[in-house]
Design a protein around this ligand. Structure first.
Ligand code: IMP
Length: 473
């Protein structure tokens, strides 16, 4: 038997190389999540119940990465989460709130207050006839009719639908207006664009957006209900599905990928995993995936290597999988064990296109889950998806069972707490700074150059693969 050597993040460092740019800001760290989805930053949040729900996915997409909503909820709940992300930066409000001209100013004030908006379009049989805003009602008599105080269509700036964001911005800037109603050629209301939403666009110039200008989002699926779940998620507008299986080099996974391709064609991007070998990568690529998730036993909350003896240290796993995937132009997602921006650079340098984070994002404001205080410090709960606690929660949710004993399940993950870390924006800003710097040390101005230039040097360490902190709650 030939025993190959395996290396993890702590076993290697990157050898510094000559850098030709003047500033790290000039480095392009954009990359591909899948064959088709481009990201401004190489970071993905993991589909775990203490990492990614809508809030995290919104924050990640705004930063230029992406979030994969976890699957440990009902199909309906997961669909709602996806829709929430899709609505978050919807520049064109497709069904703006309206009022009719015969209503009173008092009615308009009440509706605006209730819906928390600063104006209403005035309609007659679906057609735009004016707009009434908070300013119009400031000094009006409560019993005045809407039509007496509204800005009438002939004095109103509106635009034809469809319209590009640039065109809308131009009109709003030129006329210094806050709201731009959109109508079709017959005058029917088709939407509304607000200056406030356009400003948001400028605040997040690197956001990951779909063709309609909405934030992109992924969702995890399992094998048992893949068809129904995928169908509903695709209907809700999800951009990428992730077949989320701990041991992804399995006939059932391969069959599911094939069936998904047959059923949905190119309508959806598919990530599958997890694998850690060339063979695993090849089999999933042959079945038709758009990205491979790599990592067996490397997660910070993972005990797979202890419980089963199986795993491949992450640098070796990424290098092996990337060797096969590069030929087919399928991106690798390095998943698990990343503790710092340095590990991110190492994962990318080894051949990954993106990294998937659990631990580094679990303590943020946007991660779902309980916050607790311990010795005057704030922490958030972080549990492995194969931990006892995660599975007890699943049993209670799915079967409504009271769980008094849970001894027939062998966990491959732990439950822990991680220090509260502030917002996703703050963490990502730090990580991105470190990644840029790491690229510069490798003499790389983009990810392709990183792959070409990177040279690892072996150092001695045994840290990777051990759970970080063992706090029991
Ligand atoms: P982290 O970033 O090191 O915390 O690793 C997160 C990754 O660990 C996830 O994306 C999963 O691939 C993996 N993972 C999540 N839960 C478990 C578990 O219970 N056991 C083993 N691996 C897990």
């Amino acid at each position: 038997m030939i025993i190959k050597e395996g290396l993890g993040f702590d076993d290697v460092l990157l050898v510094p190389k000559r850098f030709r740019l003047k500033s790290r800001k000039e480095i392009d760290i954009s990359t591909y999540l899948t064959k088709e989805i481009r990201l401004s930053i190489p970071i993905v949040s993991s589909p775990m119940s203490n990492v990614t729900e809508a809030k995290m996915a919104i924050a990640m997409a705004r930063e230029g990465g992406i979030g994969i909503i976890h699957r440990f909820m009902s199909i309906e709940e997961q669909v709602e989460q996806v829709k929430w992300v899709k609505r978050a930066e919807n520049i064109i409000i497709e069904n703006p709130y309206t009022i009719t001209k015969d209503k009173t100013v008092k009615d308009a004030i009440l509706i605006m207050k209730k819906l928390n908006v600063s104006g209403l379009l005035v309609e007659e049989n679906g057609k735009l006839i004016g707009i009434i805003t908070k300013r119009d009602v400031l000094f009006a008599d409560e019993n005045d009719k809407v039509e007496d105080v509204m800005t009438k269509k002939e004095d109103l700036i509106y635009a034809k639908y469809p319209i590009t964001i640039e065109e809308a911005k131009e009109i709003i800037k030129k006329h210094k207006i806050e709201k731009l109603p959109l109508v079709d050629e017959n005058g029917f209301i088709k939407g509304l664009i607000t200056a406030k939403d356009l400003l948001k666009l400028e605040r997040y110039p690197n956001a990951t957006k779909d063709k309609k200008g909405r934030l992109m989002v992924g969702a995890a699926i399992g094998l048992k209900d893949w068809y129904e779940r995928s169908l509903k998620l695709i209907e809700a507008g999800v951009d990428v599905l992730c077949i989320d299986v701990a041991h992804g080099h399995m006939d059932w996974v391969i069959e599911t990928i094939r069936n998904m391709r047959k059923e949905f064609g190119d309508k959806i991007q598919i990530i599958a995993g997890n694998v850690a070998t060339k063979e695993g990568t090849k089999d999933l690529i042959d079945a038709g995936v758009d990205a491979i998730r790599v990592g067996i036993g490397s997660g910070s909350i993972c005990t797979t290597r202890i419980v089963t003896g199986a795993g491949v240290p992450q640098i070796t796993a990424i290098t092996d999988c990337a060797e096969v995937a590069r030929k087919e132009e399928i991106p690798i997602i390095a998943d698990g064990g990343i503790k710092s921006s340095g590990d991110i650079v190492k994962a990318l340098a080894a051949g990954a296109s993106t990294v998937m984070l659990g631990y580094l994002l679990a303590g943020t404001e946007e991660s779902p889950g309980i916050s607790i205080m311990r010795n005057g410090k704030k922490y958030k709960l972080y549990k492995g998806m194969a931990s006892a606690l995660a599975n007890i929660e699943r049993k209670i949710r799915e079967k409504g069972e009271k769980v008094e004993e849970f001894i027939d399940y062998t966990p491959e993950g732990i439950e822990t707490i991680v220090p509260y870390k502030g917002t996703v924006h703050e963490i990502i800003t730090q990580l991105v700074g470190g990644i840029r710097s790491g690229f510069s040390y490798c003499g790389a101005s983009n990810i392709k150059e990183l792959w070409e230039n990177a040279e690892f040097i072996k150092v001695r360490s045994i840290k990777e693969g051990l759970p970080k902190e063992l706090f029991f709650i």
